[in-house]
Design a protein around this ligand. Structure first.
Ligand SMILES: Nc1ncnc2c1ncn2[C@@H]1O[C@H](COP(=O)(O)OP(=O)(O)OP(=O)(O)O)[C@@H](O)[C@H]1O
Ligand SMILES: [Mg+2]
Length: 271
């Protein structure tokens, strides 16, 4: 049975879709069988970032409404044959995703894939709670700024209340992915520092993705950054985050700084 991961945040525009594509591709680049699922009904961005927008015929709503079979809606990546996309529909009807329909799709996907990675819409409403409902693990995408951290805190509360795991009395595994991090701006006090974010959101850190024009460049050519430019700083940070998601224990480094984060925290205390 595959693992279901929700990529969520509360606040919009923090890098959920970018991270879904990059983590999904990074896991597929490690030969895992991966599907990325777009829950952002109405906006439909993941197909663009994956470079598959012209190949969308059927979507998750068509599958739920019985107009297409699941394999007909899955789009195989052109670069990696073990990476698939289940697109969102562009319908304006936000109720098109039903809880029963989502449950069936998730159960079917888990049987075929090692990883089912769900890109959540922004907010804390129905779309976001449906995206997290069947998750085994959550990646909480957060930018180093107060409003993003506050919304992540609310999402962590929802993960502990509104998921199937929580309702069964189990704990959902939660990981913090800090994105768009700029060490210089954090040093100047224009952004929160990593320690500040960790102090507020006490869930384990899975990675720090630097602010980088490589991310925009990758999205412009319709490729996850780990495929567009595997040697770039954000791609390397996503590769490490994917390894941690898969259970590897790697030390975390802050992009743009030489010392590891724990060296930094303890180094400062010892000084
Ligand atoms: N590490 C990064 N460096 C620079 N730009 C980034 C980085 N991560 C994301 N971005 C940019 O931030 C913008 C928002 O990213 P993205 O669409 O992934 O966010 P989102 O959380 O999915 O947004 P929404 O809530 O609207 O779905 C995009 O223009 C993206 O290219
Ligand atoms: Mg998005």
């Amino acid at each position: 049975m595959g693992k279901v991961v929700v990529v969520t945040s509360g606040k919009g525009g923090v890098g959920k879709t970018t991270s879904t594509a990059a983590l999904g591709a990074a896991l597929a680049q490690r030969n895992e069988k991966v599907v990325v699922v777009d829950f952002d009904v109405g906006l439909r961005n993941l197909d663009l970032i994956m470079g598959a927008e012209r190949r969308v015929v059927y979507d998750i709503v068509n599958v739920i409404q019985g107009d297409a079979k699941l394999p007909q809606a899955l789009i195989r990546d052109k670069r990696l044959d073990n990476l698939f996309l289940l697109p969102a529909s562009q319908t304006r009807d936000k109720d098109a995703l039903t809880p029963e329909g989502v449950e069936q799709v998730m159960a079917d996907l888990k049987r075929y894939f090692d990883w089912v990675i769900c890109d959540s819409p922004a907010g804390i409403e129905r779309g976001a709670t449906l995206a997290m409902r069947h998750a085994d693990m959550a990646v909480v995408v957060t930018n180093p700024e107060v409003s993003s951290v506050r919304d992540s805190d609310r999402i962590i509360g929802l993960l502990d209340a509104k998921t199937m795991k929580a309702e069964r009395g189990e704990r959902i595994e939660k990981h913090l992915l800090l994105t768009r991090y700029d060490a210089n701006r954090a040093e100047r006090g224009d952004m929160l520092k990593v320690e500040d974010v960790l102090e507020i959101l006490s869930i384990p850190l899975i990675g720090i993705i630097p602010e980088s024009s490589d991310v925009l460049r990758a999205s412009n050519i319709g490729a996850p950054v780990t495929l567009a430019d595997a040697k770039s700083a954000p791609a390397m940070a996503y590769f490490d985050a994917a390894r941690r998601l898969a259970g590897e224990d790697l030390p975390i480094t802050i992009p743009g700084e030489k010392r590891g984060i724990f060296g930094k925290i303890f180094g400062r205390k010892a000084a």
